[in-house]
Design a protein around this ligand. Structure first.
Ligand SMILES: NC(=O)c1ccc[n+]([C@@H]2O[C@H](COP(=O)([O-])OP(=O)(O)OC[C@H]3O[C@@H](n4cnc5c(N)ncnc54)[C@H](OP(=O)(O)O)[C@@H]3O)[C@@H](O)[C@H]2O)c1
Length: 243
């Protein structure tokens, strides 16, 4: 694949990681088309880091309960990225959390897989979380673990899973209040040494850079045969030290 020929779609592009990832891809000379698939339009501040003029971005607003009706948006991509996710509190119930965090993402992954033309390599880059485990007693890690497991069974040529620890959002502000995350962030920023911070977490910008890099690296490796590649938090820091 020649430089500047890659096409990607991004789920969750309006989130803390998602908007940084879209910016990474729009600035990357390797990508010529970036389709964002979301439930609402970008706000101006979410596009602050995007290039001022760009012809790469294609925004698609969808109803996630009717993804089948939008299947053409998942067609023709070299890579699909997922930064979509919520919390139980924002979702309102455990059932709704699973619907958003697991069902919407799995359905999108299925559509991408189904819409990829035979012979074209497919790569799904999935952001989950440290501690993901489909056998966990707890809802959050169990849902993430189940999503990883089900995506691994779809038959992608490559599935890359990133499992960051605490996301350091820096100076960003979340639209919804998350008291526990806020407390964790205060401790993380003010009480921990840099080494401890690197062990426990990673910045949203670095996660986005790692997502772009794993996609570009897999193409550069001429589609290495390893199917499932998992990056834990420390692996992400190691990967980024090579940029
Ligand atoms: N926070 C952490 O410390 C942490 C740590 C490890 C992993 N993670 C995981 O990393 C991923 C990204 O995290 P983040 O902090 O960047 O997330 P975020 O800022 O909350 O963004 C989540 C994205 O998902 C979308 N979304 C949420 N609910 C939706 C719904 N009902 N329908 C359609 N789209 C919906 C949001 O759209 P709107 O903008 O329209 O809401 C947004 O684009 C998540 O899967 C999260 O679980 C987070």
């Amino acid at each position: 694949m020649a430089s500047g020929d890659l096409s990607a779609f991004v789920l969750g592009p309006t989130g803390m990681v998602g908007k940084k990832l879209v910016s990474e891809l729009l600035h990357s000379p390797r990508f010529s088309k970036v389709t964002t698939i979301h439930r609402r339009a970008f706000k101006d501040d979410e596009k602050a880091d995007f290039p001022k003029t760009n012809s790469k971005l294609v925004e698609k607003i969808v109803d996630f309960d009717k993804l089948e009706e939008h299947r053409e948006y998942f067609r023709g991509h070299d890579v699909g990225f997922c930064c979509l996710g919520t919390t139980r509190a924002d979702a309102g119930s455990a059932e709704n959390f699973v619907k958003i965090d697991h069902d919407y993402v799995l359905k999108s992954a299925q559509l991408y897989h189904a819409e990829t033309e035979p012979g074209k390599p497919s790569h799904f880059v999935l952001l989950t979380s440290a501690g993901s485990n489909k056998c966990s007693y707890f809802l959050y890690p169990r849902t993430k673990g189940l999503l990883e497991f089900n995506c691994a069974n779809l038959g992608f040529d490559r599935l890359t899973i990133l499992r960051p620890g605490l996301l350091d959002i820096g100076q960003d502000r979340r639209p919804s209040s998350r008291p526990l995350e806020h407390l964790g962030h205060m401790v993380y920023t003010n009480l921990l040494t840099e080494t401890m911070r690197k062990t426990l977490g990673i910045s949203t910008g670095n996660v986005a850079a790692a997502m772009r890099k794993v996609a570009e690296d897999w193409i550069a490796s001429k589609h290495s045969p390893t199917v499932v590649q998992i990056y834990e938090n420390n692996d992400l820091h190691e990967l980024l030290s090579k940029i």
